[in-house]
Design a protein around this ligand. Structure first.
Ligand code: 3PG
Length: 396
């Protein structure tokens, strides 16, 4: 696929699709700990500024469903971006139409405008060619730098490439190269560390990875279904009954292929599901009390996982080890994250979404080889699926 260095952008009006879909509270403030998606776009923006481009940024925010939702305006995000860039960003009040066109017309070389939330228009998610053309009319070329939304075939991610010379930005290029390498030519041993709430979210990833892996570690909520499939009692925790066969199948295939398969040996359990339950303690996996909830991997498990990961040369991590957002149950994720971050000469590729948030909160972003900005998009990439926002780009 064409890269930014092969697109003639100098002095042009360049429309850049970014993903600034970050949780903002009531449109007031961008929480600093969620800066990852903004910071990740800086290299492309700097590159374009150096080329004297007129930079037109566009993004969605939330799911306003094709109408204006005041709380989902992008201006606070634009203001935060301006701070990070050390360069003014003009926040526009719409993303298409004559007023927007007039304001873009006024942009000088090296100036930046941020269009209003694309999803205020139904044409964005409908991939409406007319809407894509209206966006295209603002610019002379298009750069796709919104990796996190490449799994959506929308007007600004796929449709637009029909109307403008296009290329991937530096962020998308890095994501594709880093994750592609971990999948296609990893230094071995290759490990997958899987967590997060549900097995069903990870089925296709496991299907795609299983034949390549040397080690598979399972933690988080999804470990509950695997533990039940092994015959353990799992208290009041949610078991995905319809995934028990899949879990058994994974364990059988791992055994046949001699994959090191690691499930928790001890877990942190709580008498109620919540951030401050009346009681919580660590128990071996065969002693989970009835009516209690599994909230995290235990300290022994976190230590065993950390130890076994030391033997690996490539680690793909997707999903926290416990209910990380509740401080009492964040220890397993913290221990494993610190262990991975401390490894030397190991390629560590971290999926986006809640795993990236955990890594960011722990201040370990720079200690990983690559932390994806994509949640759903990184999962689909790891599933081996074609991403429409990348497929639409021209081959070089
Ligand atoms: C994300 O945050 O994963 C992307 O921005 C995609 O958002 P969506 O799931 O609303 O399409």
């Amino acid at each position: 696929k064409r890269t930014l260095s092969n697109l003639d952008v100098a002095k042009k009006r360049v429309l850049v699709r970014v993903d600034f879909n970050i949780p903002i509270e009531q449109g007031v403030e961008v929480i600093a700990s969620y800066d990852q998606r903004l910071r990740a776009t800086l290299p492309t923006i700097h590159y374009l500024l150096e080329q004297d481009c007129r930079v037109i940024l566009c993004s969605h925010l939330g799911r306003p469903g094709g109408k204006v939702v005041e709380e989902l305006r992008l201006a606070p995000v634009g203001d935060r971006l301006a701070e990070l860039l050390g360069h003014p960003v003009r926040n526009l009040l719409d993303c298409v139409g004559p007023d927007v066109a007039a304001q873009i017309e006024e942009l000088g070389p090296g100036q930046i405008a941020l269009l209003e939330n694309l999803r205020f228009h139904a044409g964005e998610e409908a991939n409406d060619p007319e809407f894509a053309q209206s966006l295209a009319a603002l610019a002379e070329c298009f750069v796709m730098d919104a990796f996190a939304v490449t799994h959506r075939a929308h007007a600004s991610t796929a449709g637009i490439t029909d109307y403008l010379p296009s290329a991937m930005g530096l962020l998308v290029q890095r994501e594709v190269e880093q994750m592609g390498k971990a999948l296609e030519s990893p230094a071995s041993p290759l490990a997958a560390l899987m967590g997060g709430a549900k097995v069903s979210d990870k089925i296709l990833v496991l299907e795609n990875l299983l034949d390549k892996l040397d080690h598979l570690f399972i933690g988080g909520g999804m470990a509950v279904t695997f533990l039940r499939a092994r015959g353990y009692k799992t208290g009041a925790s949610t078991v995905e009954e319809d995934r028990l066969d899949f879990a058994r199948d994974v364990m059988e295939r791992a055994a046949v292929r001699n994959i090191g398969f690691h499930l928790p040996n001890d877990v942190v359990v709580a008498s109620a599901f919540g951030s401050d339950p009346p009681e919580s303690r660590t128990v071996p996996v065969d002693q989970v009390p009835d009516d209690w909830y599994i909230m995290d991997v235990g300290a022994a498990t976190a230590a065993q996982f950390s130890e076994a990961l030391q033997a690996c040369r490539t680690i793909i991590w997707n999903g926290p080890m416990g209910v990380f957002e509740m401080p009492r149950f964040s220890e397993g994720t913290r221990t494993v994250a610190n262990a991975i971050a401390g490894l030397q000469g190991v390629t560590t590729v971290v999926g986006g979404g809640s795993t990236a948030e955990a890594v960011e909160e722990l201040g370990l972003m720079d200690a990983m080889t690559h932390v994806s900005t994509g949640g759903g998009a990184s999962l689909e990439f790891l599933e081996g699926r074609e991403l429409p926002g990348i497929a639409a780009l021209p081959d070089d």
